[in-house]
Write a protein of this length. Sequence first.
Length: 1093
Amino acid sequence: MSILKTTLINTIHELITQVTDYQEGSKDLKTAFDKISPQLQSYNTVYLPNKREIDSIVRSLGEKFSFHGYIRQKNHLLSLYQKLIPEDELTQETLNRLSVIKLLIGLSDSPTNKVNDWLQKYPQEPTEVIDWGSYLSEGIERWSPPPYTSSESDDVSDFDSESTSDFVTIKPVVETVPDGTTKSRVITLDEARSTLTNTVQSHWFNSKKFYMKPSSETDTGNLAILWHNHLETITNGLILTETPNVITEYHVLREIIWQMHVQHSSACFRVIGNHLEPASNVTISSVRLEAFQSFLQEFTTYVKYFHVLRKFSESISFLQDDVPNTYRSYNCAVESITKPMLEMLVEIEHNVMKQETVYTLLVLAKELRTILKPLQLLDDIHRNVILDFKSNSSVLCATTLLSALYKRLFATKSKFEQDLYLTLYLQSLYKYFMVINSWLDSGDLDDCAGEFVIAEELEDGQIQFVVKDLNEAAKEDPILSLICTQVLQIGKNIRLLRRLGKVKLFFEYAGDYTENFYDAFIRKVLEQIAIFFDVPIEQNPKPPEDVVNDSPEFVFPGLGPDDCKYYTEMDKLENLVDTSDGFLMKAFESYFVKKPEKNDVEIETLYSRIRKLAKTLFPIHNIITNVFVEILDERYSKLGFIVKKILAHDYELEKHFVFLQQIFLFKDDMIFPFYRHLFDGLDSNHFLGNHAWLTSFLQDVIVDAYPNFYDKTSVELNDDYQVAKDPLKACQMINVKYRIDWPVNVIITNDHVRMYREMFQFILKIKWALYTLNHLYFSNLESKKKTKLAKPLRAMLTKLQILRFGLLNIVSSVQHYILGHAYSELSLRFTKELEKAYDLESLNRAHADYVAAIHKVCCDFQEYERNGHGFLLMLDLVRKLKLMWRNVGGFTYGELSKCEKSYWMCHKKLDGIMNTSMFPTSRIFVRAGSSIREQGGQRKSVAKNFVHPDWNKPPFDNDVAVLVLTEPLALNSEVQIVELATSDHVPVGAIATVTGWGKTENNTLATTLQKLETPKNSNTVCKQHYPFFNVNTMVCYGGVSGVSSCSADSGGPLVYNNVQVGIVSLGSIKCEGTSPTIYARVEHFLDYIQSNM
């Protein structure tokens, strides 16, 4: 044990025995010693020095001297230390010396600042040196470089290496007092200007030539100088070589950092155009000129990135009126990302100025590489998402920025990229979300810059919200799409409620939200990220609110808040300021009244919070969209129901729908008396009256059912109506007009009414055809005299009767298709959509889709006519038949045969239209590889639909169709090709499997694929249940298990041993499972199937 250690232990023992009653060697003494000794030893660090630690400190001081070129001082320092502290001897005296050295080091402040005191001990060559102590402590901290104004020709001026610039030593601004100490004093303006202009750097910075030769005597420290001298020696003056400007590494470090803040021409750099390049004739003494320029080129990359972002920030200042505010939001995000980089540069500059460590250009390059990647990414983003807002519209600039950021966010490949893109995208949404917040709260769309995707336009004297034209890229951004759809409709709903004077009702339901839309969006996104990674989230602290003090404390204690009674009381406010002037008192409040000090709260940036929460890549797109929809639902979901309720109850919207159906679509034949009276007049050629008379007749028909609507209905007649002899033309000249008032006309528009009117005329023609055929009586063909008719005449009468039955059948089929199948199906769908409608848009969409669909069905017949189909031909045949019926002798047998031929052509074409329309290809989709009806697997649309030409019902024979897909299915483990049966190889009683999504026992369609094992029946059993059973085209299974295929299972496969033998066709209506199910026999239709594939 060392002497020092033993002495310390004895001293601690003596201390404990003096303070306590513990005896030497006792257990209590040992316990107290073990507790106190470590603490005393840790506090007494100078008393117990660590030689290894002091060795390291001294070597570090030597490296600093060496870094600045003072090799002799370094060697002298180390030699003195070795003499003072021998390596092989550690005595009490040595420990005392170590303690003294450590104490001196601890008390010292920047030892290298006093290095000039050593210079006078050693003779040196007459070379100018820098006063580092004064330079570091006085000049740099208050100085910034002036702009470089010299031309490029400055670099090529000849100068002698001996005629270097003078380096001025800055004197400390202190005064000496008699006792030898110094005290600081206030610096005058002239002294500050003189000090600034005479600093070392200011002197060389503005010089055309400078030559800072280091005091280092090593070859490596003077490589650039030696190399230039070598070139001059070997060229012997034959080649003109320019002497390079030599600068210290310290000055280069400072210049590089300054360039990061502001790009400018300086000693080491030149700005050419808008680009920064290293100066062509500047180097440091230890690096050759060419290598130094190449090394500086790496730093110009950082400067370029900072400069581009800085220029963009300057271009979008608030002094510019035509700048999209979305660009300003984006710039705030960029600044929040680059702020830590700039802070790091400031910290680096402080370290360089202190020179307490060996900080070189290599160290700077290494540290700057940590910010190179984000800077490169920011520069790449900036070049691809920012447009010139002076030559492009604000909405194009904003939507391009948002859509490009979202698209790139989707393609990120690392956490770093995702964090950065997410920050830029979320903060760039700020302006859009604040516009939404203001719009939906106040009802006014405030978009001064014109960058929002929705605008206000004047239409029919009313302000309407419309979506601006967007490019395809913008339409792919889900947030922009939601704004153009859901947000737009919410805005329309609020505008409607305001016009109705009902907006207060909504805000009573919705409540008051203290958090604006954007803040709520950011908070919820961060919460979802935290939930995804299962990490806690820290909320940003809120800034302290102003506290109102009822008893104010005044700045000057003499002032009092009580009233002034005498004009001589100068300590009262009334004698200092006019207290009755509220504006004046508010203006001077900070002078008279003390306010509580506010503690600045550091707000963490969004970029920093995202980096902390996100641990890896994660599916951010769903989070963004879901949060946006969640906020809309949370705040505005009740809005649509309020609108719907007001329109339904206060304005009878649903009753309007029914009224339109009954008037224009002949629902329930409510207007039968009207059109029956019309057809009777046309048939008898009696005067029907003018439009006023017909209007009155129609209103009398509907007044009882619709007392509030009847007076808005009128009949319109064409000018040629009275002279029209053709009843079809007369039907074309008559129509019904209905006036719809606001706000119902927001849902039922003028365009919808136009389509209703066209459908009215179409159905009116069908009603006329049925009326005409039903009024062709057989008695009109019979002679009043009972005479035997000639054979040719009897044949014509028979043909007329057959033609009447045929036309009556086909017109009835058309009416059944239009008013039965199409109208019933579409009306049922409309009713369901109406029930699900939750706002103005969904109400409008449900009705618009309904009107458009049924209008298309009606108009398709006329469209097909242009392609050779026969709806108009059918009406023409009815008209001719009426004429023949009333004048049999006026037509020949050949003309009648021609009409009969036209009928069969008309029958074939119209029947094809109705069959195809009932199963349009556009409405057929195929899902394969999934057991779920509405999701999964592969969903393909149908290109062609081939229904068997001989299919008819009853008896449902040839119940087969072939669907051709628009594209082939991808075969995999879930999707395979089934083999088709080529013969009847299944024995009676064999078990086959049938699958389908048909109705279940609850009379509802199955959501998951159902499977049934069913046995084959004999043909005899099948005929017993179904007399029409065709053994050639049909096969039947089941009927014994109580389970069977049911409605909507039709078309499903029946498989036996992986071979499809049947196609579900028909079964019992009740699906009770006690009767067999009929399947189309696959082998019989094999040729038909293959011919249509």
